[in-house]
Ligand binder design. Structure first.
Ligand code: SAM
Ligand code: SF4
Length: 476
């Protein structure tokens, strides 16, 4: 099999597959661990070092309860040290569910005749966008099935449509996309629409499992998908998001697969991915997956803590697939982005009803049905700063996670003030009185903390006052 190199470690080359299952299993099976090694690896991560496959395997193999606790504590420390208390909010916007692939786990698979197919028309897309921006959103991820209709031109056009929608003070300032992989030319066209992050999940880094669960369609080609982000990179789309779908194969293997993908990126393009996602499989119509690799809550938390330590400067995303209590707990391990007020039925945002989910129209079951307003209120009450910031991306400061991490004081000088400014905008335009009071109390508290760390706050206070007077879109 082509994925088995003679002497582990496939060299990293542009546009070439880089996953060797034997190499990954070798790390899992043969890496020794003990409390000293675990502590050394945790302190390397806290010193802002991206972990090697071997170091990650030391953490993966630490099975004793007290070591698992130390790893979780390490992840919490890293989160506080590196990311502070900001949580970026976004919403998914499903544009169309036509699909020519047959992914065993997905409700949109081509053979599923029970699902209702729909692609939003332009006026529907505008209505959905208005509903989203009128709830306070500024950042979206637009989602598409894999189908000839969803060409690069179609994707670019839908993204541009969304960017053009304005209503009162509302506008979408950053559109990320999750769509099928294209060739380099296709990615170039998409790039012209000013997308933020291009996100695509490998689903599983295990080729045999991949082949089994992708029954037909273009997506069956493991290597085409694995090298998708290389092609994006060649096309100048250097802001990318990786992911695995947990429940298809052993989580320990998938975790090392993600780290291997990050290594490949760093070795080849000298840049890391912007984000990593790790959805767990949820119920869907015609779900056809055996349950052997289901990841329970305990292992899920543990996996995220290891991942946090392994890739300290990559944003971690956790979606409304997970119930509120799991999401709330995981925030403290370093998740940096969550969705809020999520609806995944096409057209549902503008219907504005609280009807139960209808899996015949949706890709999978979501389990956190809180509105954006509820999530904002809860984040503020728990001392997190909800952020809609898009400053780095719009100022061309790409690789912001890396900057947050490597430029001393960057978070205090840029990220926290920008988060507070977008929070003030939200409080002025969309919050009820109770949330507004709590929100401004939080802003004052955070400004005092910035001052206590010897950073100037005059300009920030000035800008917050301008927001109160009606100015929008101010940032550093
Ligand atoms: N068609 C594009 C693709 O396959 O890349 C768009 C992806 S899909 C709309 C977004 C992601 O949802 C998939 O990559 C997969 O990881 C995830 N997904 C699919 N079925 C799921 C399920 N039953 N539960 C949870 N996540 C699921
Ligand atoms: Fe289609 Fe994507 Fe669903 Fe696979 S995961 S069936 S490619 S929408």
């Amino acid at each position: 099999m082509i994925y088995t190199p003679e002497k582990y470690s496939i060299p990293d080359k542009r546009m070439k597959p880089f996953i060797a299952p034997d190499e990954i299993w070798n790390f899992i099976k043969n890496t020794k661990t003990d409390k000293h090694r675990v502590r050394d690896v945790i302190s390397a991560a806290l010193d802002k070092k991206r972990l090697s496959l071997e170091e990650t395997a030391v953490l993966i193999n630490a099975n004793e309860p007290e070591l698992i606790e130390e790893i979780k504590e390490g992840a919490k420390k890293l989160k506080v040290k590196i990311y502070g208390d900001r949580i970026v909010l976004f919403a998914p916007l499903y544009v169309g569910n036509l699909c020519t692939n047959n992914c065993a786990y997905c409700g949109f698979k081509a053979t599923n005749k029970d699902v209702e197919r729909k692609t939003l028309e332009k006026d529907e897309l505008i209505r959905e966008t208005k509903a989203l921006l009128n709830s306070g959103h500024k950042r979206l991820i637009m989602v598409y099935g894999e189908h000839p209709r969803y060409s690069p031109e179609f994707i670019a056009e839908t993204v541009e449509t969304v960017y053009r929608v304005k209503d009162k003070n509302g506008e979408i300032r950053r559109v990320n996309i999750n769509a099928a992989p294209f060739d380099v030319e296709g990615f170039r066209k998409i790039r012209q629409a000013r997308i933020g992050t291009y996100q695509i999940f490998q689903e599983t880094y295990h080729p045999e499992t991949y082949d089994k669960v992708h029954m037909s369609g273009v997506k069956k080609n493991f290597e085409w998908r694995l090298t998708a982000l290389d092609r994006a990179q060649e096309a100048g789309l250097d802001d990318v998001g990786l992911g695995v779908l947990l429940g298809l194969y052993d989580w320990r293997y998938e975790l090392l697969g993600l780290v291997r993908h990050v290594n490949h990126f760093e070795a080849t393009y000298h840049v890391g991915p912007h984000t990593i996602s790790f959805p767990r499989i949820k119920n869907a119509t015609r779900l056809d997956i055996d349950k052997n690799y289901n990841v329970n809550d305990r292992d899920f938390l543990r996996m995220i803590a290891v991942l946090r330590l392994a890739v300290p400067y990559t944003g971690l995303i956790l979606t409304a697939r997970e119930p509120a209590h799991v999401r709330d707990e995981i925030l403290s391990y370093g998740v940096s982005q969550i969705d809020g007020g999520t609806k995944i039925e096409m057209g549902a945002y503008s219907e504005n009803s609280n009807k139960p989910q209808d899996l015949k129209k949706e890709q999978f079951q979501i389990n956190d049905n809180r509105s954006l307003a509820e999530i904002m209120d809860e984040l503020i009450s728990n001392d997190y700063i909800p952020s809609f910031c898009t400053a780095c991306y719009r100022l061309g400061r790409t690789g912001e996670h890396f900057m947050e991490f490597s430029v001393p004081g960057f978070i205090k000088r840029f990220c926290t003030p920008n988060a507070l400014l977008t929070l003030a905008e939200y409080l002025e335009d969309y919050a009820d009185d109770k949330t507004k009071d709590k929100g401004y109390a939080l802003i004052e508290k955070k400004i005092a903390e910035i001052e206590a760390a010897n950073h100037k706050t005059e300009k920030l206070i000035e800008k917050i006052n301008l927001v109160k007077k009606g100015k929008r879109d101010l940032y550093f």
